[in-house]
Write a protein that binds this ligand. Structure first.
Ligand code: BGC
Length: 737
């Protein structure tokens, strides 16, 4: 079989160029006998396949597909196997619908809780985003369907998203914003990577050679295809040169003609065009023949709906469950009269708006699903008087609150973290007559919960997909013991959040002034109180943790902890390992998530949870040098959230030699720290101080520490020559090698 390059070599310039943009909104261009047209479509929490004319705004109709929980909820499972399963199930629908590439996952970091598209992203933490993204890609691609890792990169807001420049320093860029992408690219090899709309430090992602070629291909070894976000290409020739292969959607051949003209005029090297065309041919060749899925679509839909309910229930986060009269309010007791209050109980919020909007095959609401499981359920929507009367007569009120659909979407950001005032008023009225009140929150982004300390139980439902109602009913009744964990911090105030002072930017620029302190890294470093910390989530059972053990080896270390289910129900614990580097050369957060273990335990059962952390996970970005692991002691904390840490220990890591070679611009302090040059220079300084007769030798010494040694020698004028010092430094450097 000819290679893609050999195939491309036989094409005319015009044919090659035609492969480099879409045939229409969702398909690649076909060339008879060479490349079929294949379909790329959204994604990510289901399939959004449109017939007829397309749109990427979520406006037009699409074929029914299973709407799984969007990333905001899926990440709360912390469960890579579950996410892999979702990917594989989406792939089955894609195969049955002849879709070649599903446009997801979105793994951008949640820099600000205001980002309108946070519901489509996993986390504020790059380790978790990377793990989730990798599982999703591997799941989809295990089904012979391609993924499109997006939005590459630093697309953390919707405001002015097609033009804004995300101005971010090298270290946060590498350690936070690119880290999850690097993980997914190097481990899961997505068939395609989608460049983002925005600029990065002034350069559009679609035209960013450093991003698309130097980092993605040269450093990470990416071999797949780079596709533009829909409409992200401003200058087609610059984009091709930068490493962007396929422009989407199609534009009737306008930009293909630009490429042809540029080659003809000698402004573009034809080899660059050949390379991109070969990648399109290669993509098309990976796609399985139509009809490889043998089950009917309706069979797949039925299976996927049942699975969607179980998956969604795994994503529910029990935020609070305080006892009232000695008993926690949840799960609901079978004989309780339940007042279900709030329109979201009847008309669920289950996904966000925009290009990811799925047309669900079915839709479960909590009212029907809870009524099917529980004998005595009454309902009142927003009619406040009715709701209060119902709550007063019930044993327990369950109030559904959340972000209205119009509050969050692709395309714009929120301006507040507050829930609508009428919802708060409804809750307060219910609380006044019914202290046994549970709040169920739905929404794709975090909100402030000013009532949190006065409501005994709070359930974080976020957006759970089409089986949202069933999943919530399962958790409320205890059919499922909740095990979800917050993948992002719930802050107390908008003004506490890391990007508050510069979000969403000004005059076309958004400065990432918080640096590496995003999410819990920020709240922990600043010792700010939060409503609910990253990683938090309760269970209907309880766990004990003992025998914490850390063992290091040349490639990393392993953390073990004995977990016992001490309650009366089977349940799942999510053991989280955080690592910190006390005394680091860099400004670092006190702790960063480095690994998790999930354990499922019956009552009374124990098991050893084990988390493996490779040394590479400890690498930090040293500007001017690159990735390196600092030598020495690391602090290891194990816990149930970033704040609830039940075990602390240390591990010694043999890292990289971060010492710079000594030179004449090395400071006295740096030279003194060297075992060879240090003692000689110290002796020299002591002599000099003595002969000067200075009263405050220590003070003078301290002051001199920041002076480069070459300049001190020059200022001293005579005595020791620069050549002598250079020889001393050379000897010290040689000793290090
Ligand atoms: C979105 C992408 C999406 C594409 C196609 C764009 O507006 O940013 O996430 O995949 O449209 O619908």
């Amino acid at each position: 079989m000819p290679t893609p390059h050999e195939i491309v070599a036989r094409l005319t310039l015009e044919e090659k160029a035609s492969l480099l943009s879409g045939q229409d909104f969702w398909h690649t261009q076909a060339i008879e006998g060479v490349a079929e047209s294949v379909m790329l479509t959204d994604g990510p929490h289901g399939l959004r396949k449109q017939g007829g004319a397309g749109d990427h705004l979520g406006i037009g109709d699409s074929r029914p597909a299973t709407c799984f929980p969007p990333a905001v909820a899926l990440a709360a499972s912390f469960d890579v196997d579950l996410v892999h399963e979702v990917g594989a199930r989406i792939a089955a629908e894609a195969r049955a619908e002849d879709v070649a590439v599903v446009l997801g996952p979105g793994i951008n970091l949640k820099r600000s809780p205001l980002c309108g598209r946070n519901f489509e992203y996993f986390s504020e933490d790059p380790w978790l985003s990377g793990a989730m993204g990798r599982a999703w890609v591997e799941g989809v691609q295990s089904g012979g369907v391609g993924a499109s890792l997006k939005h590459f990169a630093v697309n953390n807001q919707e405001t002015d998203r097609l033009r804004v420049s995300a101005d971010v320093d090298e270290r946060p860029l590498r350690e936070l914003y690119l880290r999850a992408f690097e993980h997914v690219v190097t481990h899961a090899a997505p068939w395609t990577v989608m460049c983002s709309y925005n600029r990065i430090n002034g350069v559009h992602a679609s035209q960013n050679h450093w991003l698309l070629s130097t980092v993605l291909r040269e450093e990470w070894g990416y071999r797949g295809l780079v596709v533009s976000d829909w409409g992200a290409v401003k200058d087609r020739i610059a984009a091709l040169r930068a490493g962007l292969d396929l422009e989407m959607p199609g534009n009737g051949g306008v930009t293909d003609a630009e490429l042809v003209a540029a080659v003809a005029a000698g402004r573009l090297d034809e080899a660059e065009l050949d390379r991109a065309a070969a990648r399109v041919v290669e993509l098309v060749r990976r796609v399985p023949r139509p009809g490889t899925e043998t089950r009917s679509l309706s069979e797949i839909h039925a299976e996927n709906h049942a699975a969607a309910r179980e998956i969604a229930a795994r994503c529910v986060v029990l935020l609070r469950n305080e006892p009232v009269d000695d008993t926690p309010l949840l799960p609901l007791a079978p004989d309780q009269r339940v007042a279900l209050i709030g329109e979201f109980a009847r008309s669920p919020r289950y996904q966000g708006a925009g290009s990811s909007r799925i047309n669900p095959t079915r839709l479960e609401d909590a009212l029907s699903e809870l009524s099917a499981l529980h004998a005595d359920v009454g309902f009142a929507g927003d009619d406040l008087t009715e709701a209060v009367a119902l709550a007063r007569d019930a044993d327990v009120a369950v109030v559904f609150l959340g972000l209205p659909a119009e509050a969050e979407s692709e395309g714009f950001d929120r301006t507040t973290l507050a829930l609508p005032a009428d919802q708060i008023a409804l809750l307060e009225a219910v609380l006044a007559v019914q202290p046994r009140t549970v709040v169920v929150f739905s929404g794709g982004g975090v909100v402030t919960l000013p009532f949190a300390s006065r409501v005994p139980a709070i359930v974080g439902g976020f957006l759970l997909g089409q089986a949202s109602g069933g999943a919530l009913a399962d958790v409320l009744t205890g059919r499922v013991n909740p095990s979800g964990r917050l993948a992002e911090t719930m802050p107390l105030r908008l003004t506490d959040t890391p990007a508050y002072l510069d979000f969403p930017g000004e005059r076309g620029h958004i400065r990432y002034s918080e640096g590496v302190f995003v999410g819990y890294r920020w709240y922990d470093a600043r010792e700010l109180d939060v409503a609910f910390p990253f990683g938090h989530g309760l269970s209907y059972t309880t766990f004990d943790h003992d025998d914490l053990l850390v063992s290091g080896d040349p490639n990393g270390f392993t953390v073990k902890v004995l977990v016992t289910n001490t309650g009366t129900r089977s349940g799942r614990d999510v053991v989280q390992v955080y690592v910190g580097k006390p005394g680091s050369q860099l400004a670092r957060a006190p702790r960063e998530l480095a690994g998790v273990a999930i354990v499922d335990l019956e009552p009374g059962e124990s098991t050893v949870a084990e988390v493996r952390i490779p040394t590479s996970a400890l690498a930090a970005w040293f500007t001017g040098r690159g990735w390196a692991v600092e030598d020495g002691e690391y602090h290891v904390a194990v816990g149930s959230s970033s704040r609830d840490l039940y075990g602390h220990t240390h591990v010694s890591i043999a890292g990289d030699d971060l010492r710079e070679p000594l030179h004449l611009e090395s400071t006295i302090a740096e030279v003194l720290a060297d075992p060879v040059a240090g003692p000689l220079v110290a002796a020299g300084l002591a002599d000099a101080a003595g002969s000067d007769g200075a009263d405050d030798v220590e003070g003078v010494g301290q002051m001199m520490l920041s002076f480069p040694i070459g300049r001190v020698v020059k200022m001293a004028g005579g005595g020791v020559s620069l050549d002598d010092i250079q020889a001393l430094l050379d000897a010290a450097n040689a000793e290090r090698r």
